[in-house]
Ligand binder design. Structure first.
Ligand code: ADP
Length: 540
């Protein structure tokens, strides 16, 4: 038929081709585990990704549709895998390095990874289970020091693998709906489940993520990618950054506040992304070291609810805008991003903060709705609570190797398992995860709201709220809290008084338990399953 546009597949290779054609001299900088700094350009990244692609096919026998595992920190070689693996028509399976070994074993066997690219400083995590990983033909070691030794079988060194491979190969021609990447959910609420990302979903996500209303990155920006590459493809930031031509800085395993602050200052970082705990630690360290200014202009924070005082403190003390975002492995992850709109500028600081603490508005090419307990679609009134459902161009359609439709509505939306509201302006607020909800005397109590408010207390560092069984009310909230400083205690009574300004009396936790640390999941979130277990065993 005449009068049509080209059918131009949206593939990962178009992202790196664009980076190479348009921003070849832009830098990709890695702060390596040994303290050295590795610098090269997008042109180098492009060429080495091509060599890697060639080596995958011709040296490792990787075929189209094969799974190639990565077990690594954030660095330039891991970026080469982000492009080289899909460029060979294979699927880049980023394995979470922080899971229990039984889960890691399950994931690798479930994915049937053909080979695994692994950081030299992480081999000890796979060595004990290597004999059980039947499909893995070889282990490719990245960043090996001189005296490196491992019991892993069939070892190849990364640089040896790609050294003699040509850099002029043509990318494998794949269909845009073929898979390019895979992540497993971190198993907070059950066994990890595989989520496959397609070339098309990843490209569209990267384009939209870069928009000013979303992560807002351009060739003028210098972005620090703190969120791990094994966690929802680093929120898609590497792909978005290459499309936008941003300078990218990768921290490898140097994720403590001090080295991160050092990178931000030395590399003149103006944008970044990481989970709330990272930013809490950065804030405490800035205070401790009496650092008054940072080049950072704004940062993205998500993966767990952000305490409003964190947003306020960064804004007031450092002039840094905190961009709250919501998403999950199944949503690639962008599901909502919170930015103030121009009409909000006239609001008071307090009113602005209230908006900035929400999880935000949906990005283009996605849709959000709230479905109540009765199965009705809730009005966008900011009050009616229900499960959040989402659909769109980068939202999961089914889990890997499972036919279960348990997480999908009859009309094909993904049921997130998160609970919340949407206000008339389209801002989403997460009040809980369905599995963490507290139902007391027929009323829902939001554990997330309690947590972020308790963490706003100046003497409290962390707070996680769980439901505990109660004979009269069926469930009551219990708050596990961590003091900022053991020498500055605060009583349960003081905390209750502090909360009473924001919550009804029945919503206040019955018990406050002071603990040294809140157990965390593999991606640094409060592990409420573990907390509930500790409580049940009488160990809290
Ligand atoms: P897992 O599902 O295994 O915990 P994910 O990283 O995919 O791993 O986590 C997604 C979940 O994290 C969401 O379903 C939600 O409960 C929580 N989450 C993500 N971002 C936010 C946020 N900004 N506020 C509150 N909760 C969030």
């Amino acid at each position: 038929m005449f009068g049509q546009m080209m059918d131009y597949p949206l593939t990962i290779s178009t992202i790196i081709d664009h980076g190479y054609a348009t921003f070849p001299k832009k830098e990709v900088i890695t702060y390596m585990p040994d303290g050295s700094i590795h610098r090269y350009t997008i042109a180098d990244l492009y060429r080495r990704s091509k060599r890697l692609s060639h080596a995958l096919v011709h040296k490792l026998g990787v075929r189209r549709g094969d799974f190639v595992g990565t077990f690594a920190w954030n660095h330039y070689m891991h970026l080469e895998l982000y492009f080289g693996v899909p460029g060979a028509g294979a699927i880049c399976h980023t394995i979470n390095i922080r899971l229990a070994s039984s889960q890691t074993e399950f994931i690798i066997n479930n994915a049937e990874d053909a080979c695994i690219f692994i950081d030299a400083n992480l081999v000890q995590l796979l060595e004990p289970i290597a004999t059980k990983l039947a499909t893995v033909r070889s282990y490719i070691i990245m960043g090996a020091p001189e005296n490196f030794a491992t019991t892993l079988p069939n070892v190849i060194y990364y640089e040896d693998l790609i050294r003699d491979s040509p850099e002029d190969l043509a990318w494998e021609s794949v269909g845009e709906n073929e898979a390019c990447g895979m992540c497993y959910t971190s198993g907070t609420t059950g066994l990890p489940k595989g989520v496959l990302y397609s070339h098309r979903s990843t490209c569209l996500h990267a384009i939209i993520a870069g928009l000013p209303n979303c992560c807002g990155i351009s060739s003028a920006d210098r972005v620090l990618v703190i969120v791990p590459q094994f966690h929802v493809m680093a929120w898609g930031l590497p792909y978005a950054a290459i499309l936008a031509g941003s300078t990218m800085v990768m921290p490898s395993c140097l994720l403590q506040a001090e080295p991160l602050i050092n990178m931000i200052i030395r590399e003149n970082i103006n944008k970044a992304g990481g989970v709330p705990t990272i930013w809490q630690n950065v804030y405490s360290m800035l205070r401790k070291n009496n650092i008054k200014t940072l080049p950072l202009k704004e940062f993205l924070v998500g993966g767990a609810a952000v305490p409003p005082n964190l947003i306020e403190n960064f804004e007031k003390e450092f002039g840094i805008t905190v961009i709250h975002a919501w998403g999950m492995t199944e949503t690639s992850p962008l599901g909502a991003v919170c930015r103030l709109q121009p009409e909000h500028e006239k609001l008071s600081a307090e009113e602005k903060l209230r908006i900035q603490s929400l999880q935000g508005q949906k990005p283009p090419l996605t849709e959000l709705r709230i479905v109540t307990e009765k199965g009705e679609i809730a009005p966008r009134d900011g009050k009616t609570v229900g499960e959040i459902e989402i659909r769109g161009a980068w939202i999961i359609n089914s889990y890997f190797k499972t036919s279960s439709r348990e997480n999908f509505s009859a009309d094909g939306w993904f049921k997130t398992g998160d609970v919340g509201t949407i206000n008339p302006e389209g801002y989403l607020q997460i009040t809980d995860r369905a599995k963490d909800l507290i139902k007391s005397g027929g009323e829902w109590i939001s554990s997330v709201s309690l947590e972020v408010t308790i963490m706003a207390h100046p003497l409290i560092r962390e707070a996680a709220v769980i439901a505990i069984p109660d004979e009269v009310w069926s469930e009551r909230p219990l708050a596990a809290v961590v003091l900022r400083d053991q020498n500055e205690p605060v009583s349960a009574h003081e905390l209750r008084v502090f909360l009473s300004g924001s919550f009804a009396k029945y919503q206040l936790p019955d018990k406050f338990v002071f603990v040294g640390e809140i157990p965390k999941t593999s991606v640094g979130k409060f592990d409420k399953k573990k907390l509930r277990q500790l409580f049940a065993e009488g160990k809290l």
